[in-house]
Write a protein that binds this ligand. Structure first.
Ligand SMILES: Cc1cc2nc3c(=O)[nH]c(=O)nc-3n(C[C@H](O)[C@H](O)[C@H](O)COP(=O)(O)O)c2cc1C
Length: 296
């Protein structure tokens, strides 16, 4: 049970390099931390995203940079940028359900374009030095979409496929479809990683044997201590020190700093009143006061 692969899911706005380092250094138990997706904006690879994948800020943390692309051209540009930074491991996002990305044919929207996925697969084969993986949903509108692209995914050189068994159109609503997950597992020749609504490893025991592992997102944001024996308070305090230092040293002005710090607490499984006081704080002194109350 403890030997399964455990990944920390990418969560845009939450799991930046400082957060990933904080979790790795203060808790551990995670095999790989995925970066929020690196994307193309106005024809260029987004500079802000590349700062988060800078190998210097990720040194010592087992990190997988993730890209989101609508076609092989974008994919190649993103891989070039990451390879230029020295990366030899890249994850492709075929699961993001945000309407802006879906409309542009990225994330789960890409699942509706098997021809483009085929071109991306060819681009992967041109880069044998890279260890690729894919993170996907069942489809955008229907499970058929995911099943249709499965043979193409099977021909990709992948270390594993992470599947979040919901449709893109569901975003985060409804329950994860474990029957559909089983169907994909039968059709997939790569090892599979299960993602979606995991808040505890124990109930998974019955599914675990054929799985390579699990990827956990919001469950770990809520209870970052989940994979350790450590006390929640100790973990929160230690992780907060790292994220706080990063925010104060790298962001400009109280508003930006507070926004980053609020994200640290947003999903955290703590007393509701205390969380409300933290989230409502509009100045750093007020924030520190509310935080001290919480960690008392
Ligand atoms: C705010 C937010 C941001 C996310 N950002 C990304 C992302 O950048 N890349 C990605 O593959 N998935 C992203 N996801 C999806 C998560 O990685 C994960 O698949 C999803 O939350 C389901 O897993 P969970 O129930 O364990 O959180 C995001 C989800 C949320 C809620």
């Amino acid at each position: 049970m403890n030997n399964i692969y455990i990944a920390f899911a990418p969560l845009q706005g939450y799991t930046d390099a400082a957060y990933r380092r904080a979790h790795h250094e203060c808790v551990g138990g995670v095999d790989e931390y995925y970066t929020p997706f690196v994307r193309i904006e106005k024809g260029e690879v987004r500079k802000k995203d590349l700062r988060d994948t800078d190998p210097v800020v990720n040194a010592g943390v087992p990190t997988v940079p993730q890209v989101i692309a609508k076609d092989a051209d974008e994919f190649a540009k993103l891989c070039d940028a990451l390879q230029g930074q020295g990366w030899r491991r890249i994850d492709l996002n075929m699961g993001c359900p945000f309407p802006m990305q879906v409309k542009a044919g990225r994330g789960s929207g890409l699942l509706q374009h098997p021809d483009r996925i085929e071109e991306i697969a060819r681009e992967m084969l041109r880069r044998p030095e890279i260890i690729f993986s894919v993170k996907m949903r069942l489809g955008q509108e229907s499970v058929d979409e995911g099943l249709t692209v499965m043979p193409i995914v099977n021909d990709m050189p992948l270390v594993h496929v992470t599947l979040h068994p919901r449709l893109g159109k569901q975003q985060y609503k409804g329950v994860v479809d474990m029957n559909a997950f089983g169907m994909f597992m039968e059709g997939c020749r790569h090892p599979m990683v299960l993602n979606g609504d995991i808040i505890d490893l124990l109930p998974l025991t019955s599914h675990i044997s054929p799985l390579k592992g699990v990827m956990i997102g919001r469950g770990l944001l809520a209870r970052p201590w989940m994979l350790s024996e450590k006390e929640p308070r100790e973990v929160i305090q230690q992780m907060h020190d790292i994220v706080y230092r990063y925010a104060v040293e790298n962001l400009c002005g109280d508003r930006q700093i507070l926004s980053r710090l609020h994200a640290f607490w947003e999903y955290m499984d703590i007393d509701r009143k205390q969380k409300k006081a933290i989230m409502k704080s509009t100045t750093l002194p007020r924030y520190r006061e509310a935080m001290a109350m919480c960690l008392r």
